[in-house]
Design a protein around this ligand. Sequence first.
Ligand SMILES: [Zn+2]
Length: 403
Amino acid sequence: MRYGGPGAERDWEEGRKRTKAELNKQERKVLARNEKPGRRGLEECDPLPARKERSRKLRNAKRNKSQDSGIAEMEELPVPHNIKISNITCDSFKISWDMDSKSKDRITHYFIDLNKKENKNSNKFKHKDVPTKLVAKAVPLPMTVRGHWFLSPRTEYTVAVQTASKQVDGDYVVSEWSEIIEFCTADYSKVHLTQLLEKAEVIAGRMLKLSVFYRNQHKEYFDYIREHHGNAMQPSVKDNSGSHGSPISGKLEGIFFSCNTEFNTGKPPQDSPYGRYRFEIAAEKLFNPNTNLYFGDFYCMYTAYHYVILVIAPVGSPGDEFCKQRLPQLNIKDNKFLTCDEEDGVMVYHHAQDVILEVIYTDPVDLSLGTVAEITGHQLMSLSTANAKKDPSCKTCNISVGR
Ligand SMILES: [Zn+2]
């Protein structure tokens, strides 16, 4: 079993920069290079709702014109422009555009070419690099694209559109491609996080008593806090460990603590991946009826251990406001992970035995509220969760989004 004070190696300055960069990416930009998506997408891998309607050979309007000469000459189909993406969630978006009214009534379908931006220059043989094209019946705009397998949370995409007209022989006449625009999908919503929370509850296990929260670090960290921060540990931006699309990654500011105990001693373990020095603080100083408790994340990293991230925020604090909008709130007296209750005038604390809890406290914590001492155990570097990637194939801790 791995225990310890997570968060030691997490660099908050780096996290802040990343946050700003990510926020900017939420805004869509028209690409300078007006590259046309290849046809390969349509031929090889469209995930069509209407697969049978796929055109075997695309014909353009010009060719059509020559074939039909003698009859009324066909106008070219209008090219979509001024594309707008709105109502973005972690697995859906709305798309609309402008087009000339000329020949508009001939449009029967829209072709939407959606690509993950990050894969543009990567190995073309990788499955994830395959461009996907959606063929949709022409509906009034804006059109909703929802639950497509290709859509993941917090991921950048490029999108281009063309209009199409289905012919009697089943082939399509198509317009030129529109310009390519970029957008970024949103983080998991509370609805998705509640699904994740329910999955975590299944494996949380029985509750064990605890009396302290602890945080391991190197000696230099504590020296730095004393010299430069007036003895108070400062919240830092959470790294990108855990679920992709977690709304707290790169955004929530807090201080990581552990609270797991060894079942045989009832005390924190002596080993930690995060440094030989440990700050220990009585549980009631961080977690009490004046704090709110939120479910943050549930994940594993290709091992048997599962991690649950909880957030403790003093009522009305900036951290509390952040979490209230984004995370499922837990009843502090009654939940499957970490509880606080009063028995005979004394606060009593319990934690789930079968998951490793990573507790983020969102306010500064003065070192004088607890004690700092060296641990007697080992430093288990390999068990650090700093920036660790979640195993996306684990059925225990993944929900199906985009399906
Ligand atoms: Zn898992």
